[in-house]
Write a protein that binds this ligand. Structure first.
Ligand code: PLP
Length: 394
């Protein structure tokens, strides 16, 4: 939790939730279903590992095709090629739904599965896509990386897909973890060896170190933070966190660590997930989203993509649609604000007429709205965005 005293510095705002005592308070009774409640589930080290395992459950392999959206991050596509399958890109509509009319015109022989995403944590209407998949014999992977909680057309989130995946670092204060789950299909337990004791200890220390950095562990936080800073100085390392993985250019980034696909997450991460799965995660994200929507309502040349937060969801980020996108994005990143956009596309992602995926990859800025942001953080985000929009008028 960042304190209000440092909240006026855009670079001090955490991109993702951080550990602290506050994460353990509040009610355990969740007001919405979660992917973690689906009848069949297994925890993985990441969402991308869960996609590989989902493809294995669906027996996708070399020679098969997998439909994937043009609006994506490479971590969603790398698992497809890792299985030896070929990604086939489909366009999305202005609501983020798969363009079913386009899909229906395609020859889908050889297509074994589709990856469909609830972007930004705002559940889409998957009934038409489910009907398309059933008619063509295509399996659906419901990508809930952005939507750990929610309901979707009368079903719990994750229940429209043959299998679902989620990415827990986006919602809970863990440094690793995803989930593979299904309403209908059994999912296997992971076959890899458990993590070593040293790894468990490191995982716990990392979690505490990041929590201390953001003031989440009073009254010991300042003392521990001092010790952690000393450790970093002696080792000449910097604090790297799941919240700080956005600078590396694509060619330097390993999108998928094969060694971690079958490896179970640490016991520390499992404990943290059980302990921090609280109602406040949903309530605060909703409140923060609505507050940002109000603060960013009248920007010059930019507007909330979905100004009215739908019921029945817990947003991952707040999507802002902006003109002068390149200049503004560069300026916002230079300010230190932990926002990002999906402009690193998989090679050969096509331009399809009428597609909104290409547009969104440039023009949609994903702003944080997670549970550990306080009002001062939200005001800082809004003030920084407003200033940049004024400096680069539409
Ligand atoms: C839609 C979507 N799916 C899957 C993933 C992969 O999740 P992870 O980062 O936990 O591997 C991401 C990551 O950002 C994502 O945005």
């Amino acid at each position: 939790m960042s304190s209000s005293s440092d909240a006026l510095v855009a670079g001090s705002i955490p991109r993702l939730p951080t550990f602290g005592w506050h994460a353990l308070r509040h009610s355990r009774r969740l007001p919405l279903p979660t992917v973690l409640d689906l009848p069949h589930r297994t925890l993985t080290t990441s969402g991308r590992a869960a996609i590989v395992l989902a493809l294995r459950v669906l027996q996708v392999g070399p020679g098969d095709k997998v439909l994937v959206p043009t609006y994506h991050c490479p971590t969603m596509i790398a698992p497809v090629t890792a299985c030896g399958a070929t990604p086939v890109f489909f366009p999305i509509t202005p609501s983020g739904d798969a363009d079913i009319a386009w899909l229906e015109r395609q020859d889908t022989r050889g297509v074994k599965a589709i990856v469909a995403v609830h972007y930004f944590g705002l559940p889409l209407h998957f009934a038409p896509l489910r009907a398309f998949c059933d008619a063509r014999g295509i399996a659906m992977i419901e990508d809930c990386a952005h939507a750990l909680f929610g309901e979707c057309d009368g079903r719990p989130i994750g229940a429209w897909g043959d299998v679902a995946i989620a990415s827990l670092t986006k919602f809970l204060p863990v440094q690793e973890c995803g989930v593979l789950a299904s309403r209908v299909l059994p999912v296997p337990a992971l076959a890899g060896a458990s993590r070593s004791f040293a790894h468990e200890v490191k995982s716990g220390i990392d979690m505490l170190e990041i929590g201390c950095r953001h003031g989440g562990l009073p009254p010991f936080g300042a003392l521990l933070d001092g010790l952690f800073s000393l450790k970093r100085r002696l080792r000449r390392t910097q604090l790297t966190t799941a919240t700080e993985t956005i600078e590396a250019p694509p060619e330097d980034t390993q999108w998928l660590d094969a060694a971690l696909i079958d490896t179970p997450p640490t016991t520390v991460s499992r404990w943290c997930i059980r302990a921090s799965l609280r109602a406040a995660v949903i309530e605060r994200r909703r409140a923060n989203y609505q507050r940002l929507s109000a603060l960013l309502a009248d920007l010059p040349g930019a507007a909330p993509l979905v100004p009215d937060l739908p019921a029945g969801c817990a947003p991952y980020v707040f999507p802002l649609l902006s003109e002068r996108a390149d200049e503004r994005y560069r300026a916002l990143r230079a300010s230190g604000l932990p926002l990002f956009r999906w402009d690193w596309l998989w090679p050969d992602t096509p331009h399809i007429p009428g597609d909104h995926g290409n547009l969104w990859s440039k023009q949609v800025f994903q702003l944080p709205c997670h549970q550990d942001l306080r009002d001062a953080d939200l005001q800082c985000i809004a003030a920084t965005v407003r200033q940049v929009c004024q400096t680069w008028p539409a």
